[in-house]
Design a protein. Structure first.
Length: 115
């Protein structure tokens, strides 16, 4: 059974930084595409960033140059370093794993950017 557990969310002022972590269990982690998604109140869940098994990354235009996704296959962990945070980054952030049609989600962690 796949388990994805996010941590590292919290409240930060605009311009600040946070690092999210996602611990994965129950999967052959190194084979999976891992991603971070977010959902703001009243909005649909949207892609933030993904990293594939080879380490190639993809980012939403809104976070390019500010966020960095990375993974540690030895620890079954994926991270999202978020810098220069803006109020519009406020959302629940979800970790996602995917291998072909096998998709799993974490429970989410709240990120609030406010002065």
């Amino acid at each position: 059974q796949v388990q994805l557990v996010e941590s590292g969310g919290g409240s930060v002022q605009p311009g600040g930084s946070l690092k999210l972590s996602c611990a994965a269990a129950g999967i052959n982690f190194s084979r999976y595409i891992m991603g971070w998604y977010r959902q703001a109140p009243g909005k649909q869940r949207e892609l933030v960033a993904t990293i594939n098994s080879g380490g190639s990354t993809m980012y939403a235009d809104s976070v390019k140059g500010r966020f960095t996704i990375s993974r540690d296959n030895a620890k079954n962990m994926v991270y999202l370093q978020m810098n220069s945070l803006k109020p519009e980054d406020t959302a629940v952030y979800y970790c996602r794993s995917q291998l072909l049609l096998n998709i799993a989600w974490g429970q989410g962690t709240q990120v609030t950017v406010s002065s």
